[in-house]
Each structure stands twice: as C-alpha cells, then as structure tokens.
Write a protein that binds this ligand. Structure first.
Ligand code: SAH
Length: 444
C-alpha cells in the first residue's frame, strides 16, 4: 500500500486552491461540497497557506506551483499539485458519492484511468439510494444500541436490513415503510443464534471460490482455518473477524480434531457466525464429516458450502479430462495417507477399475502405491502425473508412467501439496506421458 487512505473532515476548515483554470475549478467544487472554507488565488503568496488543512494547485505558473509545494511541505500541510506526482504529498482518489457513504478508488498514481474505470463499475453496482440506507441506520442507532445490547444480534439485524426487504423499500423510495420495517425487525430480533459454515476454500486461488463462500467470509465473526487455505482467500475475510489457525501439516498436527470440534462448538454457542474454512472441499479428505457429526450432536446449526477439490483443480490446470468418452468412465478419489507406515487400500480393485485415479496425500507413499498397483496387474506404461499446487499460480507438474513416476518424483523436491493422477486419460492432457522434465503446466 503506497498511499494510506483516510477520509478528512474539512467542514469549516480553510483549504487553498491555487490556479485559475478548469481543473482548479473542479477541485474547488468538490471541496466546497465537503464543506471546506475555500481560499482561491491565481498566484501564490505564503500568507495564503496560513491555517490551511489542505492545499491544491492546478493551472498556475510553474514557479507558483513549486513555491506552493515547497511551502506546504515545510509547514506540514498536505499538498496536491494536479498532474505533478513529484510535487504531491497526497493524491486525490476517484470518488463515488452515496452520501453519507463515500467510496474512494486509487491506483496510487500508477493508472488513474484504471481507477476511473473501476469507479464506473462501482457506480453501476451501488444503487444511488444506497446512502439512504446509511441514513436510516444512523437514525436508528441509539434505538439499536438500547434494544439490542448484544453486538452480534445488532450486526445480524443490520445485515438483514441492508440486504433484505428494508433495503428494497429504501431503493424503491418508500422511506416510511422502510423505517417501519426496520423498527419491527429491531423489536422482533431474537438473540443471535450461532452457527458454523463448513466452507470449501478451493485449491488456493481466490477466484476459484464460490460466490457463497466469498459472501460468508465477508460476514463471518470467526474464521477457523487450515494450513492449506491460501492467503489470497483469507484476504476476503471480514477484517475484524477473529482468525484461528488450526493448520495441519503432515506429521505435525497443530490441533487435535477433538479440540477443533470443541472450539467450533464453543464459538457457535457464543452466538458467533463461524466459518470453518478448509482447503478444497470440506467433505473430501477434509474431516468435514466428523465436524458435522460433532456439531449436530451438540445441537449447533451447521451448513456446508462445497469447494473445488484438488483433483478437479489439478486436472483442469493440466488439461487432463478426469473422464473421457471411451477411455475413462469413472474417477476414484483415494488417500495415500498411511497408517503405521502401511497403505490401507484395495490394490486389486484400484487396478481393475478402468478410469482415473486421483491420489490425495500420496507423495510420501507413492513408491508403495505404484508397487501395489503393479503387483495387482496394472500396466507399468499407464500414464501418470504429479501435480503440485494445482489451481494456483505456483503450480508444477511432473509427467511419467506408473512404472517410473515414483523414481522421478524423488529428485523433484516438494514445495506444496501435490496430487497424483493415474489413468489412460492422463495422457490426454497437454504434453505426452513420456515427457521427462518437470514442466510448468501452462507451457504443456
Ligand atoms: N479437502 C481437500 C483435500 C485435503 S487432503 C480437497 O478437497 O482438495 C490434503 C491433500 O490434498 C494434499 O496432500 C494434496 O494431495 C491435495 N491437495 C490439496 N490442495 C492441492 C493443490 N492445490 N494441488 C495439488 N494437491 C492438492
């Protein structure tokens, strides 16, 4: 963040606008709307700055602009010279006015045109009457605090008002009806009932989240997440939500499953909206089933939001169709996790099945898995691929065959979660099954 955004209260405070042209007039107009006590001048004189909260220069002789910038800097007064980033100590954002809501967009001076394009999009997305919702909320502020002392309940009532019928009435211009509906919502509000949303965070890229997951992240009071969840995904979470990392890395579990269950139950009983965020899909090797059982046994309301699981993300990344007409008629998702060093899978059944195998948590046990499948009669020439961090910008892929993938993977070094795909359809993706090098998937 190159520039720190703040909103200044300029009402009644002196602000200098130097310059006589169009640009200066536009700035003066904006500042007047913000209630500033304007000082206009065509030429600079040091006295003009006395007591000013801000100074802006445009369309004035170069020497005057320079003098203004120097004097403002010396006096510690924020100064903006239009189209002269070298002379500015603050920049003016593109502004969307929905009084009392104000939205400001800045590209940090890098691409003002882009900021203006974004402003146009926001203008379109935020109805002009939006600000009236804020006015309505302000009107009820004291009542809200008095009637609903619990913060969680208050927040829920406000969220419902801002997204439901109250908002619809405001947008339709029916302010009185909106106020009545709002008052009724406050009277009828029950204490917040906590709930837990088990949310699939996808393979790591924020734009592979579902819209529902994104919305819930923005509304959560508490977020309990794993190591697999990407930072970009967490950035979408509500800023003031409590974040609890219960991450599990292979062999060093941070928190036992029972403790995670107990934590979720406790947070929900405190009346919070809890998002239990997991990599991929909660119900695919995510222990989501156990959490749902524990929550239901405790009488806590819960809901599951599916996510893009690693097999789908990796296959898509590598252009490998998991099913393919005439070649792969089924997909098996299997874990390569071992118990006391042993893989507990039915090799004969896996070798017999004529489709695509997606092996989760399979790196460490890859040699054991290949040996088992080969012993059960699977063809050593069967195409196979190892895909690391699929669905993210850091993805890598190693292609091979069932016979040689394990040996190749040894020299490869692992940096992140990786998935093994095995089956005829794997050869369909991008490159060919015999490719010897680790290749970025995008180049395949
Ligand atoms: N619930 C998750 C899986 C959790 S098990 C899901 O649905 O995807 C953890 C395993 O998932 C890892 O060991 C790895 O095999 C796989 N995995 C998760 N994210 C991955 C990614 N971005 N790329 C490749 N494999 C991934």
């Amino acid at each position: 963040m190159q520039h720190f955004p703040i909103f200044l209260d300029l009402s009644g405070r002196p602000v200098l606008v130097l310059g006589a042209g169009e640009a200066a007039a536009r700035k003066a107009d904006l500042l007047r709307r913000a209630g500033a006590d304007l000082r206009r001048a065509a030429r600079f004189a040091p006295d003009l700055l006395a007591g000013c909260a801000l100074a802006i220069g445009a369309d004035a002789p170069e020497a005057d602009l320079q003098a203004l910038a120097d004097a403002a800097r010396a006096a510690g007064i924020p100064c903006n010279i239009v189209d002269r980033p070298d002379l500015c100590t603050f920049i003016m954002p593109a502004i969307i006015e929905r009084d009392p809501l104000t939205i400001a967009v800045s590209s940090g001076g890098a691409a003002p045109v882009l900021a203006r394009l974004l402003r146009a999009r926001i203008e379109a997305a935020v109805p002009p009457a939006f600000g009236r919702l804020a006015v309505l909320a302000a009107h009820f502020r004291d009542t809200l605090r008095r009637r609903l002392p619990d913060l969680g309940t208050r927040r829920r009532v406000l969220e419902q008002a801002f997204t439901g019928p109250v908002a619809d009435l405001v947008f339709a211009g029916a302010e009185d009806a909106a106020a009545a509906a709002f008052a009724a919502a406050i009277e009828g509000a029950a204490p917040a009932e906590g709930c837990v949303f088990l949310v699939g965070g996808g393979p790591g890229a924020p734009d592979l989240l579902t819209l529902r997951a994104q919305r819930l992240l923005g509304e959560a009071d508490a977020i309990v997440h794993d190591r697999l969840v990407g930072d970009g995904v967490l950035d979408l979470a509500r800023r003031d939500a409590v974040r609890i990392h219960v991450g599990k890395a292979r062999a060093h579990h941070c928190m036992r499953q029972e403790d995670i269950n107990a934590l979720l139950i406790r947070l929900a009983r405190e009346g919070r909206r809890v998002v239990r965020l997991k990599g991929g899909d909660p119900f695919i090797f995510g222990r989501g089933g156990e959490e749902v059982e524990a929550l239901r046994a405790a009488g806590v309301r819960c809901e599951v939001v599916p996510g893009v699981t690693a097999a789908l993300a990796c296959a898509a990344q590598a252009l490998i169709p998991l099913t393919h007409r005439g070649i792969a008629r089924s997909v098996i998702l299997v874990t390569g996790h071992t118990r006391e060093g042993r893989l507990d899978v039915d090799f004969a059944a896996l070798a017999r099945h004529r489709g695509t195998l997606a092996v989760y948590m399979g790196i460490v046990s890859l040699p054991q898995l290949s040996d088992g499948l080969l012993a059960a009669g699977m063809d050593p020439r069967m195409p196979a691929a190892l895909i690391e961090r699929g669905g993210t910008a850091q993805h890598r892929m190693l292609r091979g065959t069932l016979g040689d993938l394990a040996a190749r993977a040894q020299g490869w070094g692992s940096f992140g979660p990786a998935l093994v795909l095995i089956g005829e359809a794997v050869a369909r993706g991008g490159g060919h099954a015999g490719a010897a090098v680790a290749e970025p998937v995008a180049a395949a």
